[in-house]
Design a protein around this ligand. Structure first.
Ligand code: HEC
Length: 159
């Protein structure tokens, strides 16, 4: 028994150590702008997918209201990473991106818009738990507004 506990402790230390060195490696690793842009677009596409799925559920087009909470939670997780999707040097000069240069000039405001997205996603998780269609509708609208508020200022129009 004692041996098992020690082994578990060693394993726990190993995991913590591995996580710490992964963090250090990430910090040291140089950002490849083109990969960072692609990654950002993949994550945003995923965010778009969850948001469109939520809209279908809320409009009653698919009979899966119990999926709502899962989409909302995924959006919360992704909203926490938004700022990390925009490392310096991944603007319009760096590749095929719709991100505007103003993001890095108005970083404080950009951060606010990312925080509003996070808040709206957290709010949707709560709304999904309420099981109240009105509350869910309101929360969904708020979420959509949080995307638009950022896109309006910081994402180039589709051409
Ligand atoms: C803080 C700002 C911000 C927020 C909040 C935000 N986005 Fe975006 N989004 C962007 C920017 C900037 C781009 C352009 C990225 C690029 O082309 O590199 C983008 C791109 C996208 C794309 C296109 C991805 C692609 O493949 O080119 C989709 C879809 C998208 N966002 C959906 C959403 C949805 C849905 C929400 C809200 C639930 C949201 N975004 C919230 C800034 C934001």
């Amino acid at each position: 028994m004692r041996k098992t506990v020690t082994a578990m402790m060693v394993a726990a230390v190993a995991v913590t150590g591995a996580a710490a060195s992964a963090d250090a490696a990430n910090k040291k690793q140089k950002v490849d702008p083109e990969e960072a842009i692609k990654y950002r677009q993949h994550v945003m596409t995923a965010v778009g997918g969850h948001t469109k799925a939520v809209a279908q559920i809320v409009k009653g087009k698919v009979p899966v209201p119990h999926h709502l909470g899962g989409h909302a939670k995924a959006l919360v997780d992704m909203s926490r990473t938004t700022l990390e999707l925009f490392p310096k040097g991944t603007g319009p000069d760096a590749g095929d991106t719709k991100a505007k240069a103003e993001i890095w000039e108005d970083w404080k405001d950009f951060r606010k818009k990312a925080e509003a997205f996070n808040k709206a996603a957290v709010n949707l998780v709560k709304a999904a738990r309420s099981n109240n269609p009105k509350t869910v509708k309101k929360a969904t609208k708020k979420l959509g507004d949080s995307c638009e508020n950022c896109h309006d200022d910081y994402k180039k129009e589709d051409d």
